[in-house]
Design a protein around this ligand. Sequence first.
Ligand SMILES: C[S@@+](CC[C@H](N)C(=O)[O-])C[C@H]1O[C@@H](n2cnc3c(N)ncnc32)[C@H](O)[C@@H]1O
Length: 378
Amino acid sequence: MALKSLLKNSGLALLGRVTRRCVVMLPQEARSESEIFDLRAPYSADDPLRIELRETIPGSITATLLEYKGHFPTGRLWESSPFKYAGPCDFVFSLSDGMVHIAGHSWGKAPVPRSRRFCWLFTLSSEDNLKRSRMTGHYFKVSNRVNDAQYFQGDNYVNHKLQSIGEHARVIELMRQHGANDPVLEIGCATGGLLEELDKKRIQSYGLDISEWAVEKAQEKLGPDRVWLCDAEAKSYPEALLRHGPFGTLVLWAVFEHFRNPFGVLENLTRFVRLGSTLLINTTNANSLCHTIFGPEWEGFFDWTHLGVEQVSVAALARELPRLGWRISEMSTHLTWDGNADPTRATLREWWAADARFRRMLVERDLGDLITCVAVRE
Ligand SMILES: C[S@@+](CC[C@H](N)C(=O)[O-])C[C@H]1O[C@@H](n2cnc3c(N)ncnc32)[C@H](O)[C@@H]1O
């Protein structure tokens, strides 16, 4: 594997030098539209899941149901028998009993996936001898469920602890660049990963979180008088926490979009910091390119606890922060954020990874999916 990727990378680098082009490898689906099975499939799945198969070329079609193993849809759960495809029709999958129908015919019974995300893979061998295939990406909708172990290790994150490690260094580096002081208050501190890293730097820090499960883990790790179970939207916070204020830095990393009233929460929190303190926010951007393109199927809606995701954008932060007494010293967007395995959705992720011009275009126009914002209390 390592040899294959070494050969690929040196081959690409050589080709780039010879042609003076930036050489990029794309997946096979990028080759030709005629190989991409035409369909319309919803990302968030209602029961039953209904997929419009729109290919007009007849042939023999099979469908494979895939569940996620970690980050990838590699578990083959069920494969249909071949079906004589005559043209556009509906494919219907019952999420309650697994019954599968195509063009009104019963196509068998598949197991209902246990992972929150799942995919269907359609393959059509058509009479013009072209193979058309298409992976669709779906997730089960969730509502009114608390942030328990399942949220952090399966339903929303594959493994939050591992997935958030890279973010701690970013926060600490931003604190250094902006001369941020302790004590630090982290809102939505989860299992206390950032607080633990701040300990290593001898930076005094405290946290609160709404998740009982996460706060218990954080308290086990960090000891007493560091992390409190508290809804940041509540009017009052634990006295024992506020005794450590006024705070020199407020960190809201991947939590601002969770609040029903994000700017109301910030207004309340502003009372607990001192003049000159630093605010670090990393959040979602409701005005991103991906939200514009995918609308209600935007990745920002995957997490059912993103209660205020539509209210947060670069424009909203630029308007509200000064009103609440914060001067913005740095704000920019980054990333095209998309977890859908459908190859037509993967394009934006791949452009972001491959093309500096695309990244620059998004950043210059505040069109990335995530916002990082640093502000100072005046
Ligand atoms: C996406 S995680 C981010 C965790 C951590 N800040 C990070 O960057 O890894 C969001 C965290 O905010 C917490 N949270 C969501 N709504 C909250 C609220 N109203 N008050 C306090 N914490 C909240 C969740 O329980 C979760 O731990």
